[in-house]
Ligand binder design. Structure first.
Ligand code: UD1
Ligand code: UDP
Length: 356
Protein backbone atom coordinates (compact mmCIF):
# COMPACT_ATOMS: atom_id res chain seq x y z
CA UNK A 1 0.00 0.00 0.00
CA UNK A 2 1.24 3.48 -0.87
CA UNK A 3 0.34 6.54 1.21
CA UNK A 4 1.05 10.09 0.10
CA UNK A 5 1.61 12.36 3.09
CA UNK A 6 1.29 16.14 2.81
CA UNK A 7 3.00 18.40 5.36
CA UNK A 8 4.79 21.72 5.32
CA UNK A 9 4.50 23.74 8.53
CA UNK A 10 6.36 23.55 11.83
CA UNK A 11 3.59 21.86 13.86
CA UNK A 12 3.00 19.35 11.08
CA UNK A 13 6.65 18.32 11.06
CA UNK A 14 6.44 17.64 14.80
CA UNK A 15 3.46 15.32 14.09
CA UNK A 16 4.97 13.67 11.00
CA UNK A 17 7.99 12.45 12.98
CA UNK A 18 6.27 9.84 15.21
CA UNK A 19 3.62 8.90 12.65
CA UNK A 20 6.10 8.28 9.81
CA UNK A 21 8.20 6.16 12.12
CA UNK A 22 5.18 3.96 12.91
CA UNK A 23 3.65 4.00 9.44
CA UNK A 24 6.76 3.00 7.55
CA UNK A 25 6.84 -0.33 9.41
CA UNK A 26 3.65 -1.28 7.53
CA UNK A 27 3.26 0.70 4.29
CA UNK A 28 5.17 2.67 1.68
CA UNK A 29 5.02 6.37 2.47
CA UNK A 30 5.76 9.10 -0.07
CA UNK A 31 6.39 12.39 1.74
CA UNK A 32 5.50 15.73 0.15
CA UNK A 33 6.84 18.88 1.77
CA UNK A 34 4.75 21.81 0.58
CA UNK A 35 7.35 24.29 1.85
CA UNK A 36 4.72 26.51 3.48
CA UNK A 37 7.34 27.05 6.16
CA UNK A 38 10.81 27.36 4.68
CA UNK A 39 13.22 29.17 7.04
CA UNK A 40 15.74 26.74 8.49
CA UNK A 41 14.47 27.36 12.02
CA UNK A 42 10.83 26.85 10.97
CA UNK A 43 11.34 23.66 8.93
CA UNK A 44 14.86 22.34 8.19
CA UNK A 45 15.89 21.97 11.81
CA UNK A 46 12.80 19.82 12.47
CA UNK A 47 13.69 17.41 9.65
CA UNK A 48 17.21 17.06 11.04
CA UNK A 49 16.51 16.91 14.74
CA UNK A 50 13.47 14.64 14.55
CA UNK A 51 14.96 12.34 11.88
CA UNK A 52 12.06 12.92 9.55
CA UNK A 53 12.60 11.06 6.27
CA UNK A 54 13.83 13.23 3.41
CA UNK A 55 10.81 14.42 1.43
CA UNK A 56 10.25 12.72 -1.92
CA UNK A 57 8.86 16.00 -3.22
CA UNK A 58 9.70 19.56 -2.15
CA UNK A 59 7.04 21.82 -3.62
CA UNK A 60 8.73 25.04 -2.49
CA UNK A 61 5.46 26.97 -2.20
CA UNK A 62 6.49 29.48 0.49
CA UNK A 63 4.41 32.40 1.71
CA UNK A 64 1.51 34.16 0.02
CA UNK A 65 -2.11 35.14 0.43
CA UNK A 66 -4.42 32.32 1.47
CA UNK A 67 -5.79 31.88 -2.05
CA UNK A 68 -2.44 31.98 -3.84
CA UNK A 69 -0.68 29.75 -1.31
CA UNK A 70 -3.47 27.15 -1.18
CA UNK A 71 -4.06 27.28 -4.94
CA UNK A 72 -0.39 26.82 -5.81
CA UNK A 73 -0.19 23.86 -3.47
CA UNK A 74 -3.34 22.31 -4.91
CA UNK A 75 -1.97 22.40 -8.46
CA UNK A 76 1.39 20.97 -7.47
CA UNK A 77 -0.02 18.25 -5.22
CA UNK A 78 -2.27 17.17 -8.09
CA UNK A 79 0.81 16.67 -10.28
CA UNK A 80 2.37 14.48 -7.59
CA UNK A 81 -0.81 12.41 -7.35
CA UNK A 82 -0.76 11.79 -11.12
CA UNK A 83 2.86 10.72 -10.81
CA UNK A 84 2.56 8.52 -7.71
CA UNK A 85 -0.99 7.15 -7.94
CA UNK A 86 -1.29 6.63 -4.15
CA UNK A 87 -3.85 4.32 -2.53
CA UNK A 88 -4.58 6.96 0.12
CA UNK A 89 -3.44 10.41 1.25
CA UNK A 90 -2.63 11.63 4.73
CA UNK A 91 -2.95 15.18 6.04
CA UNK A 92 -2.43 16.73 9.47
CA UNK A 93 -4.17 19.45 11.42
CA UNK A 94 -5.58 22.63 9.95
CA UNK A 95 -3.14 24.65 7.88
CA UNK A 96 -3.37 25.71 4.25
CA UNK A 97 -1.16 22.70 3.43
CA UNK A 98 -3.84 20.48 5.02
CA UNK A 99 -6.65 21.99 2.97
CA UNK A 100 -4.69 21.83 -0.29
CA UNK A 101 -3.93 18.14 0.31
CA UNK A 102 -7.55 17.44 1.20
CA UNK A 103 -8.95 19.17 -1.89
CA UNK A 104 -6.44 17.52 -4.22
CA UNK A 105 -7.27 14.08 -2.80
CA UNK A 106 -11.03 14.48 -2.85
CA UNK A 107 -11.19 15.85 -6.42
CA UNK A 108 -9.25 12.85 -7.67
CA UNK A 109 -11.17 10.35 -5.49
CA UNK A 110 -8.16 9.36 -3.42
CA UNK A 111 -9.26 8.24 0.07
CA UNK A 112 -8.17 10.85 2.62
CA UNK A 113 -6.88 10.22 6.13
CA UNK A 114 -7.01 13.18 8.54
CA UNK A 115 -4.92 13.21 11.70
CA UNK A 116 -6.20 15.63 14.36
CA UNK A 117 -9.75 15.43 13.02
CA UNK A 118 -12.73 16.97 14.78
CA UNK A 119 -11.11 19.93 16.47
CA UNK A 120 -13.29 23.03 16.50
CA UNK A 121 -12.97 26.56 17.82
CA UNK A 122 -16.39 27.45 16.36
CA UNK A 123 -14.79 30.68 15.20
CA UNK A 124 -15.17 30.84 11.42
CA UNK A 125 -12.96 33.92 11.22
CA UNK A 126 -9.95 31.68 11.84
CA UNK A 127 -8.52 30.33 8.59
CA UNK A 128 -7.68 27.14 10.50
CA UNK A 129 -11.36 26.55 11.35
CA UNK A 130 -12.31 26.65 7.66
CA UNK A 131 -9.40 24.37 6.80
CA UNK A 132 -10.28 21.75 9.38
CA UNK A 133 -14.04 21.74 8.77
CA UNK A 134 -13.59 21.30 5.02
CA UNK A 135 -10.89 18.66 5.48
CA UNK A 136 -13.00 16.61 7.89
CA UNK A 137 -15.95 16.67 5.51
CA UNK A 138 -13.96 15.12 2.65
CA UNK A 139 -12.04 12.63 4.81
CA UNK A 140 -12.49 8.87 4.60
CA UNK A 141 -10.72 7.90 7.81
CA UNK A 142 -10.67 10.38 10.69
CA UNK A 143 -8.25 10.11 13.60
CA UNK A 144 -9.56 12.23 16.47
CA UNK A 145 -7.33 13.06 19.43
CA UNK A 146 -10.14 13.34 22.02
CA UNK A 147 -13.75 12.37 22.69
CA UNK A 148 -14.68 16.07 22.33
CA UNK A 149 -13.36 15.91 18.78
CA UNK A 150 -15.44 12.79 18.06
CA UNK A 151 -18.56 14.56 19.39
CA UNK A 152 -17.82 17.63 17.27
CA UNK A 153 -17.69 15.46 14.15
CA UNK A 154 -20.92 13.65 15.08
CA UNK A 155 -22.67 17.02 15.50
CA UNK A 156 -21.80 17.81 11.88
CA UNK A 157 -23.20 14.48 10.70
CA UNK A 158 -19.83 12.76 10.34
CA UNK A 159 -20.34 9.45 12.12
CA UNK A 160 -18.34 6.80 10.27
CA UNK A 161 -14.70 5.76 10.39
CA UNK A 162 -13.80 8.04 13.29
CA UNK A 163 -11.26 6.63 15.73
CA UNK A 164 -10.11 8.35 18.91
CA UNK A 165 -6.47 7.34 19.08
CA UNK A 166 -5.17 10.14 21.31
CA UNK A 167 -2.81 12.89 20.26
CA UNK A 168 0.35 12.23 18.26
CA UNK A 169 1.93 15.31 19.87
CA UNK A 170 1.90 13.42 23.17
CA UNK A 171 3.83 10.61 21.47
CA UNK A 172 6.37 13.18 20.30
CA UNK A 173 6.75 14.69 23.77
CA UNK A 174 7.28 11.29 25.42
CA UNK A 175 9.84 10.29 22.80
CA UNK A 176 11.83 13.52 22.94
CA UNK A 177 11.74 14.89 26.49
CA UNK A 178 14.69 12.86 27.82
CA UNK A 179 16.71 13.64 24.70
CA UNK A 180 15.99 17.36 25.21
CA UNK A 181 16.90 17.23 28.90
CA UNK A 182 20.30 15.76 28.07
CA UNK A 183 21.01 18.32 25.37
CA UNK A 184 20.26 21.59 27.18
CA UNK A 185 21.02 23.23 30.50
CA UNK A 186 19.38 26.33 32.05
CA UNK A 187 22.84 27.76 32.79
CA UNK A 188 23.29 28.30 29.04
CA UNK A 189 20.51 30.86 29.25
CA UNK A 190 21.51 32.39 32.59
CA UNK A 191 18.14 31.25 33.92
CA UNK A 192 16.93 29.37 36.97
CA UNK A 193 14.30 26.67 37.35
CA UNK A 194 10.74 28.12 37.32
CA UNK A 195 12.03 31.67 37.33
CA UNK A 196 11.18 32.66 33.76
CA UNK A 197 8.15 32.84 31.52
CA UNK A 198 8.10 31.37 28.01
CA UNK A 199 5.88 33.04 25.42
CA UNK A 200 4.98 32.37 21.79
CA UNK A 201 2.66 34.52 19.69
CA UNK A 202 1.78 34.00 16.04
CA UNK A 203 -2.00 33.96 15.51
CA UNK A 204 -3.39 36.60 13.18
CA UNK A 205 -5.84 37.81 15.85
CA UNK A 206 -2.86 38.87 17.99
CA UNK A 207 -0.23 39.78 15.42
CA UNK A 208 -2.50 41.75 13.09
CA UNK A 209 -3.48 44.29 15.74
CA UNK A 210 -0.89 46.80 16.91
CA UNK A 211 -3.01 47.50 19.99
CA UNK A 212 -3.15 43.85 21.04
CA UNK A 213 0.51 43.16 20.38
CA UNK A 214 1.48 46.29 22.35
CA UNK A 215 -0.74 45.28 25.27
CA UNK A 216 0.84 41.80 25.39
CA UNK A 217 4.41 43.16 25.33
CA UNK A 218 3.65 45.83 27.94
CA UNK A 219 2.17 43.19 30.26
CA UNK A 220 5.39 41.19 29.90
CA UNK A 221 7.59 44.20 30.74
CA UNK A 222 5.78 44.59 34.09
CA UNK A 223 6.86 41.14 35.28
CA UNK A 224 9.87 40.60 37.53
CA UNK A 225 10.78 37.42 35.67
CA UNK A 226 12.62 37.15 32.38
CA UNK A 227 10.27 36.48 29.47
CA UNK A 228 11.70 34.36 26.67
CA UNK A 229 10.10 35.14 23.33
CA UNK A 230 11.07 32.83 20.48
CA UNK A 231 9.53 34.92 17.73
CA UNK A 232 7.60 33.45 14.82
CA UNK A 233 8.62 35.28 11.60
CA UNK A 234 5.08 36.60 11.15
CA UNK A 235 5.30 38.29 14.57
CA UNK A 236 8.82 39.57 13.96
CA UNK A 237 7.66 41.24 10.74
CA UNK A 238 4.67 42.81 12.47
CA UNK A 239 6.77 44.17 15.35
CA UNK A 240 8.98 46.10 12.98
CA UNK A 241 5.98 47.18 10.87
CA UNK A 242 4.33 48.61 14.02
CA UNK A 243 7.57 50.21 15.26
CA UNK A 244 7.55 48.08 18.40
CA UNK A 245 11.13 46.87 18.13
CA UNK A 246 12.29 49.74 20.36
CA UNK A 247 9.85 48.76 23.12
CA UNK A 248 11.37 45.29 22.99
CA UNK A 249 14.95 46.53 23.03
CA UNK A 250 14.30 48.85 25.98
CA UNK A 251 12.68 46.19 28.12
CA UNK A 252 15.29 44.63 30.39
CA UNK A 253 13.36 41.45 31.05
CA UNK A 254 12.34 40.56 27.49
CA UNK A 255 14.66 38.11 25.78
CA UNK A 256 13.73 37.94 22.13
CA UNK A 257 15.01 34.88 20.28
CA UNK A 258 14.78 33.38 16.83
CA UNK A 259 12.35 30.42 16.71
CA UNK A 260 13.97 27.57 18.62
CA UNK A 261 14.20 23.92 17.62
CA UNK A 262 11.67 21.40 18.92
CA UNK A 263 14.06 19.89 21.49
CA UNK A 264 15.03 23.33 22.76
CA UNK A 265 11.36 24.28 22.97
CA UNK A 266 10.50 21.16 24.98
CA UNK A 267 13.37 21.95 27.33
CA UNK A 268 12.36 25.59 27.79
CA UNK A 269 8.71 24.63 28.32
CA UNK A 270 9.50 22.08 31.02
CA UNK A 271 11.44 24.47 33.25
CA UNK A 272 9.31 27.59 32.82
CA UNK A 273 7.27 29.12 35.63
CA UNK A 274 4.45 29.78 33.18
CA UNK A 275 3.78 29.60 29.45
CA UNK A 276 1.89 32.32 27.60
CA UNK A 277 0.87 31.38 24.08
CA UNK A 278 -1.64 31.44 21.27
CA UNK A 279 -0.29 28.22 19.77
CA UNK A 280 -2.38 25.07 19.69
CA UNK A 281 0.52 22.67 20.15
CA UNK A 282 2.17 24.68 22.91
CA UNK A 283 -1.02 24.64 25.04
CA UNK A 284 -0.90 20.85 25.10
CA UNK A 285 2.84 20.70 25.66
CA UNK A 286 2.39 23.02 28.67
CA UNK A 287 -0.02 20.46 30.12
CA UNK A 288 2.32 17.56 29.38
CA UNK A 289 5.14 19.51 31.12
CA UNK A 290 2.85 20.38 34.04
CA UNK A 291 3.41 24.10 33.53
CA UNK A 292 0.58 26.68 33.95
CA UNK A 293 -0.62 27.95 30.58
CA UNK A 294 -2.25 31.25 29.68
CA UNK A 295 -3.78 31.29 26.23
CA UNK A 296 -4.13 34.62 24.46
CA UNK A 297 -7.24 33.73 22.50
CA UNK A 298 -11.00 34.07 22.94
CA UNK A 299 -11.44 30.29 22.61
CA UNK A 300 -9.42 27.13 22.23
CA UNK A 301 -9.86 23.80 20.49
CA UNK A 302 -8.05 22.10 23.37
CA UNK A 303 -10.92 22.57 25.81
CA UNK A 304 -9.82 19.72 28.09
CA UNK A 305 -6.84 21.75 29.35
CA UNK A 306 -9.26 24.52 30.40
CA UNK A 307 -11.74 22.08 31.97
CA UNK A 308 -9.07 20.63 34.28
CA UNK A 309 -8.01 24.16 35.26
CA UNK A 310 -4.46 24.05 33.85
CA UNK A 311 -5.01 26.51 31.02
CA UNK A 312 -6.81 29.84 31.11
CA UNK A 313 -7.98 32.05 28.24
CA UNK A 314 -6.90 35.68 28.60
CA UNK A 315 -7.91 38.78 26.67
CA UNK A 316 -4.83 41.03 26.88
CA UNK A 317 -6.91 44.12 26.05
CA UNK A 318 -9.46 43.78 28.83
CA UNK A 319 -7.69 41.71 31.49
CA UNK A 320 -4.58 42.26 33.62
CA UNK A 321 -2.25 39.74 31.95
CA UNK A 322 0.66 40.58 34.26
CA UNK A 323 -1.37 39.83 37.39
CA UNK A 324 -2.86 36.67 35.90
CA UNK A 325 0.62 35.33 35.04
CA UNK A 326 1.73 36.07 38.61
CA UNK A 327 -1.26 34.42 40.25
CA UNK A 328 -2.37 31.51 38.06
CA UNK A 329 -1.29 28.36 39.86
CA UNK A 330 -3.00 25.13 38.79
CA UNK A 331 -1.90 21.96 40.55
CA UNK A 332 -3.72 18.92 39.16
CA UNK A 333 -2.11 17.52 36.02
CA UNK A 334 -3.07 13.93 36.82
CA UNK A 335 -5.57 13.26 34.02
CA UNK A 336 -4.39 11.69 30.75
CA UNK A 337 -6.26 14.08 28.50
CA UNK A 338 -4.69 13.13 25.20
CA UNK A 339 -4.34 9.37 25.11
CA UNK A 340 -1.60 7.02 26.24
CA UNK A 341 1.31 8.09 24.06
CA UNK A 342 0.75 5.37 21.46
CA UNK A 343 -1.41 7.32 19.02
CA UNK A 344 1.00 6.89 16.09
CA UNK A 345 1.15 3.11 16.37
CA UNK A 346 -2.64 2.92 16.65
CA UNK A 347 -2.97 5.09 13.55
CA UNK A 348 -0.61 2.82 11.58
CA UNK A 349 -2.51 -0.29 12.66
CA UNK A 350 -5.92 1.21 11.89
CA UNK A 351 -4.75 2.29 8.44
CA UNK A 352 -3.57 -1.23 7.65
CA UNK A 353 -6.85 -2.65 9.01
CA UNK A 354 -8.99 -0.25 6.98
CA UNK A 355 -7.18 -0.43 3.65
CA UNK A 356 -6.20 -4.10 4.03
C1 UD1 B 1 0.55 28.75 9.76
C2 UD1 B 1 -0.83 28.15 9.91
C3 UD1 B 1 -1.24 28.17 11.36
C4 UD1 B 1 -0.21 27.49 12.23
C5 UD1 B 1 1.16 28.10 11.97
C6 UD1 B 1 2.19 27.33 12.73
C7 UD1 B 1 -2.30 28.55 7.98
C8 UD1 B 1 -3.45 29.34 7.49
N1 UD1 B 1 -1.81 28.95 9.17
O1 UD1 B 1 0.48 30.11 10.17
O2 UD1 B 1 -2.46 27.45 11.51
O3 UD1 B 1 -0.57 27.66 13.58
O4 UD1 B 1 1.47 28.03 10.57
O5 UD1 B 1 3.37 28.04 12.91
O6 UD1 B 1 -1.87 27.64 7.33
N2 UD1 B 1 7.24 33.26 7.28
C9 UD1 B 1 8.60 33.35 7.14
N3 UD1 B 1 9.32 32.18 7.08
C10 UD1 B 1 8.74 30.97 7.13
C11 UD1 B 1 7.35 30.88 7.26
C12 UD1 B 1 6.60 32.05 7.34
O7 UD1 B 1 9.17 34.43 7.08
O8 UD1 B 1 9.46 29.94 7.07
C13 UD1 B 1 6.47 34.53 7.41
C14 UD1 B 1 6.02 35.10 6.08
O9 UD1 B 1 6.07 36.49 6.17
C15 UD1 B 1 4.57 34.65 6.01
C16 UD1 B 1 4.14 34.66 7.46
O10 UD1 B 1 5.30 34.28 8.18
O11 UD1 B 1 3.79 35.48 5.22
C17 UD1 B 1 3.01 33.72 7.78
O12 UD1 B 1 3.31 32.39 7.33
P1 UD1 B 1 2.15 31.39 6.91
O13 UD1 B 1 2.70 30.05 6.63
O14 UD1 B 1 1.27 31.99 5.86
O15 UD1 B 1 1.22 31.32 8.19
P2 UD1 B 1 1.60 31.13 9.73
O16 UD1 B 1 1.29 32.40 10.44
O17 UD1 B 1 2.96 30.56 9.85
N1 UDP C 1 7.83 25.18 18.51
C1 UDP C 1 9.21 25.09 18.35
N2 UDP C 1 9.94 26.25 18.38
C2 UDP C 1 9.39 27.46 18.61
C3 UDP C 1 7.98 27.53 18.79
C4 UDP C 1 7.24 26.38 18.71
O1 UDP C 1 9.76 24.01 18.16
O2 UDP C 1 10.13 28.46 18.64
C5 UDP C 1 7.05 23.93 18.44
C6 UDP C 1 6.19 23.68 19.65
O3 UDP C 1 6.95 23.05 20.67
C7 UDP C 1 5.09 22.79 19.07
C8 UDP C 1 4.93 23.32 17.68
O4 UDP C 1 6.13 24.04 17.37
O5 UDP C 1 5.51 21.45 19.02
C9 UDP C 1 3.75 24.24 17.62
O6 UDP C 1 3.77 24.96 16.44
P1 UDP C 1 3.12 26.39 16.27
O7 UDP C 1 2.97 27.05 17.58
O8 UDP C 1 3.91 27.07 15.22
O9 UDP C 1 1.71 26.03 15.61
P2 UDP C 1 0.28 25.60 16.16
O10 UDP C 1 0.46 24.44 17.07
O11 UDP C 1 -0.33 26.78 16.82
O12 UDP C 1 -0.47 25.26 14.93
Amino acid sequence: MKILTIAGTRPQLVKVAPVSRALRKHVTEVLVNTGQHYDYNMAGVFFEELNIPKPDYDLGIGSGTHGKQTGDMLAKIEEVIFQEKPDAMLVYGDTNSTLAGALAASKLHIPLIHIEAGLRSYNRKMPEEINRVLTDHVSTLLFAPTETAVTNLNKEGIVQNIINVGDVMYDAVLYNTTIAEKKYDLKQYGLREKEYVLATIHRAENTDSKETLTAILKAFTKLDETVLLPLHPRTKNKLSEYGLTELLNNANNLQVMEPVSYLEMLFLEKHAKAIVTDSGGVQKEAYFSKVPCLTLRPETEWVETIEVGCNRLVNPLTEDLTKIIQEFNPTDYSKQLYGDGHASEKIAQEIVKYFG
